[in-house]
Write a protein that binds this ligand. Sequence first.
Ligand SMILES: [Zn+2]
Ligand SMILES: [Zn+2]
Length: 289
Amino acid sequence: MIWLPVTSKELVLEIGSGHNPHPRSDILVDRWLYQDRERQRKVIKIDRPTIIADGCKLPFTNQSFDFVLCNQVIEHVEKPDQFVKEIARVAKRGLIITPHLLRERIFGWHYHRWFIDMKDDFLYFYPKKETQQTQFAHFIHVLYAHSYNFRHFIDSLDKKINIYYQWEKDIKIKISDDPEKILNIYDKKAGELLQQVTYSLKNLINQWASEKYERVVNCCYYWYEKIVRFKFRKVLKANIIKNLCCLKCGSQSISNKDKLLVCQKCKQTYILENGIPIMLNKHDLSKGY
Ligand SMILES: [Zn+2]
Ligand SMILES: [Zn+2]
């Protein structure tokens, strides 16, 4: 569980919330309503105001959020430079959590597009070449799912194999197209780390207890926010259209007409699917949602 550094009055946006939104997030954005390929076949959770949109083209005005959370999402994005510009446009500050290239190397998610590293306040992006899950990655996923000991070891490395990038105002990134040098070094390091896996009853009990504990804390936090923010979220949901702006002209005067959202200025229309605005332009809409 990550505690967000926000006050109770601040407005929090979460991008790529998928099946597991953070308890504190106020508005959820995800690219996919039905397609579940990039969230391990899990169903999207819609328990708060939710909008379908592309992270590179958000239907919000400048600085409309105090904080934006992007947890395990930037590694999926096609154009991270556009994505970070866009989230820094709509929010004042935020947190990006993403697999460090070491974790990416160990687990090898075939649908992730980047190896990511962090150095001196910069996020470095190296394009991934494999598009299929390797046999090694499959083995690691099975091991992680079935072995308390292995999971204990991996989870205990959290801060070493995940990047926590907190930012304010701007997000510094560099995109490289030559990943080979750096990856060879980290391959070695991954090998060394894997050798540290020890099998013990103590680890097994520790992991079992900490997973149960985490689940209880998570559940309490979820219900606490749900109860405390019930009224606020209800009002937000009823007025969700007022928070949106047109992708084409930027106008905030959008009205609801027969299951369609219509921009009053440029007449652009957007689908409203079971109350969820599908804020995608024509090109993105053609790829599905
Ligand atoms: Zn991912
Ligand atoms: Zn418009």
